[in-house]
Write a protein that binds this ligand. Structure first.
Ligand code: GUN
Length: 283
């Protein structure tokens, strides 16, 4: 069997055009959705990510500001900037790019963002809302994964989903979203003794570890759906995910490629969250 691709670029294009239309409707009411992206330091990967986020905003007709600061920025100064953005009526979403330099307490900065503007969904109020099924912003990467499952008409009820990875950004919120759709969910991590025994039971596998070849063909039940959140480089320096794509695609029913899979969906859901933050502010 050769798996069908879930094309994150195509799905993003479709969803971003819906965002653009809704942004246009808000603009007609005098409100332009606005995102502030804050970057501290000169992490090269972060620089690429924030540039892509700002560009995606522009393309969808959203206002965006990029604030760049030197790596030596004081934590108190960053907190003051976040507070100013909380008060800024032209800004509906605030994103502080992670990682932050070691002398800054990232969680403290995240908690300083108003939950109403927490479009990354990292604030404990957003995490708590997700856990309890209340309204709140969902972290963009797992939210994008849910949209990919929705796009293939996949029904999670009664299915076994295995999430590999337990980060606050992907693994844990992913598990909660799958649970909310009535899947039976297993979270695996570095201390799981027999990962293969777990993944072989899975109808859906989400790989979110940040390591190549975490999931190989022998670990996948025929017909499973495989979502690859990884962003790694192979020996030739080419972008690759956590999944051995060439092997697993022969076993899975659906698979997301890297690049062109989950990656673009993360930014798409950021646009959706920012738009919805602006729509909420307009009411
Ligand atoms: N660093 C890596 N991914 C993300 C993300 O989704 N949001 C933020 N703020 N920083 C990140």
């Amino acid at each position: 069997m050769t798996a069908q691709l879930i094309d994150g670029n195509a799905l993003s294009k479709q969803l971003r055009s819906q965002v653009a239309a809704r942004a246009q409707a808000l603009k007609a009411k005098g409100i332009t959705p606005g995102l502030a992206v804050v970057l501290v330091g000169d992490n090269p990967a972060s620089q690429v990510y924030v540039r892509n986020k700002v560009k995606a905003c522009e393309d969808a007709g959203l206002h965006s500001v990029l604030e760049k600061y030197d790596a030596h920025l004081r934590e108190s100064d960053l907190l003051a900037r976040v507070e100013a953005l909380n008060q800024d009526a032209s800004i509906h979403g605030i994103l502080v790019q992670l990682p932050l330099p070691a002398h800054i307490d990232a969680q403290k900065v995240i908690e300083a963002i108003s939950p109403a503007k927490d479009v990354d969904g990292f604030h404990i109020a957003s995490a708590g809302a997700l856990m309890t099924g209340m309204k709140g912003f969902w972290p963009c990467t797992p939210y994008g994964c849910m949209k990919m499952l929705e796009s293939i008409g996949y029904k999670l009820k009664g299915k076994h989903a295995v999430v590999i990875g337990r980060s606050n950004i992907v693994g844990k919120p992913m598990a909660l979203m799958l649970l909310q759709q009535n899947a039976t969910v297993t979270i695996c991590h570095s201390a799981t003794p027999d990962l293969k025994a777990m993944t072989l039971q899975a109808d859906v596998i989400v790989a979110a570890v940040g390591k190549r070849n975490v999931l190989t063909a022998d670990m996948v039940k025929p017909g499973a759906v495989v979502l690859d959140v990884g962003m790694n480089r192979n020996d030739e320096g080419k972008l690759c995910g956590d999944v051995d794509f060439d092997g697993v695609k022969e076993v899975a029913s659906y698979i997301t490629p890297v690049p062109g899979g989950v990656g673009p969906m993360t930014i798409t859901m950021l646009l959706v969250n920012t738009l919805e933050a602006a729509e909420s502010a307009a009411h």
